[in-house]
Design a binder for this molecule. Structure first.
Ligand SMILES: [Zn+2]
Length: 219
């Protein structure tokens, strides 16, 4: 099962490149190992072209390396904190994607002014606190910001995007959608004030998308 997850998480990193969400090695994805207090994550400083399933490392929920010959991502403590405190989360993605990070640089939430945002995020995409890398501060900021929020994406102030999901793939999809709406709302801003969507309509859109849209068996 760990081998399969390593393969999945390795392959998902190619999506970060495909959707232009990362420069150099500045982005990472992890996935919780089902039924174990473990997760797999990108090794630190390895280019996306050189990633192989074998190079994906296994860590415990304290963020300590359990299996693998490379050092885990420098963001491992943040991923570990999320897995410890959000049992429903099975995947975490992190990027410095340009438009979303520009909102983070201003410390400004992305307002819900597109139906696609209401569908996917159920409201604005919130901003989390400024936090230094290494300890629990980033993880705590993610968990505290997303607790009780529909959005599965958070803009960490002056930093970038963290997304969570029921699977690593879901977390990556949210990272892609976050950058997409960050770009569109940014462009809209250039020509004037984007029109808000009434809260009742946001609720209806979110509910329909989460419960009715798509092929139920192919999520
Ligand atoms: Zn970062």
């Amino acid at each position: 099962m760990i081998e399969e997850l390593r393969e999945t998480v390795c392959r998902l990193h190619t999506e970060l490149v495909r959707y232009d969400l990362v420069a150099w090695t500045a982005g990472n994805i992890s996935g919780r190992v089902p039924g174990a207090d473990l997760f797999v994550i990108k090794p630190s400083g390895v280019s996306y072209d050189d990633l192989t399933p074998e190079s994906i490392v296994v860590c415990d929920l304290d963020g300590d390396l359990v299996e693998g010959s490379l050092a885990p991502s420098s963001d491992t403590a943040a991923h570990a904190y999320v897995y410890r405190h959000m049992p429903e989360v099975n995947g975490v993605a992190h990027t410095h994607s340009t438009y979303a990070s520009a909102w983070a640089a201003r410390g400004e939430p992305i307002p819900c002014v597109l139906t696609a945002m209401a569908d996917e995020f159920g409201g604005e995409i919130p901003v989390g606190p400024f936090a230094l890398i290494g300890g629990d501060d980033i993880g705590r900021g993610i968990v505290e910001t997303l607790a009780g929020h529909r959005s599965r994406a958070v803009l960490m102030r002056n930093h970038g995007v963290f997304t969570i999901g029921e699977s690593p793939k879901a977390a990556v999809k949210t990272a892609v959608m976050c950058e997409d709406v960050a770009r569109t709302v940014h462009v809209a801003r250039q020509l004037g004030a984007p029109a808000p969507i009434a809260p009742g309509d946001v609720d209806s859109l979110y509910d329909r998308y989460q419960n009715v849209y798509g092929q139920r068996s192919h999520r």
